[in-house]
Design a protein. Structure first.
Length: 158
């Protein structure tokens, strides 16, 4: 019986030490860049959740795409450029120093999202990041205009 208590205490102590060590390694500071493992895991989880959540409840795109792009140009300057930069590539100080950093909208990572996924991101935002939800301040038509405008960004705009 005494031996079981000692073994239990040893395992409890080791477990407690592991938990304390793990928590001592977690940083909430936005100053250092995240490690490769943290970035990989966070990015994969983000993509899976956005994919899952964007499968339902997305309204159809507006009929006049060019008018939508033109409206998106104006909305982008008001809603998005303060972090993503006026060209979608050159991040502002706001976008450069938040964690995670604001996305470069010309990047393959952003451009590979489907239109439905971009719509979902703009409408709902991304929790624990700097990306706000615009679903309560912009209409679905305006959100589609932003998606259509973001699609005009190309890698060669750098």
């Amino acid at each position: 019986m005494k031996r079981r208590i000692v073994i239990g205490f040893v395992f409890f102590s080791l477990g407690l030490a592991v938990v304390i060590l793990a928590f001592s390694q977690i940083q909430l500071s936005a100053l250092p860049e995240p490690g490769k493992l943290e970035s990989l895991v966070a990015t994969q989880v983000k993509h899976l959740i956005i994919y899952r959540d964007s499968r339902n409840g997305i309204p159809p795109t507006p009929g006049n795409k060019q008018a939508s792009v033109d409206e998106g140009d104006t909305l982008y300057g008001t809603d998005c450029s303060m972090c993503h930069g006026s060209d979608g590539h050159t991040l502002t100080d706001n976008g450069r120093w938040m964690y995670p950093r604001a996305s470069e909208l010309t990047s393959p990572e952003v451009q590979q999202y489907s239109d439905r996924e971009l719509f979902w991101i703009i409408k709902n935002g991304i929790r624990l990041s700097g990306m706000p939800a615009f679903g309560k301040v912009e209409s679905d038509e305006h959100i589609w205009a932003l998606v259509n405008y973001i699609r005009t960004f190309r890698r060669d705009r750098h």
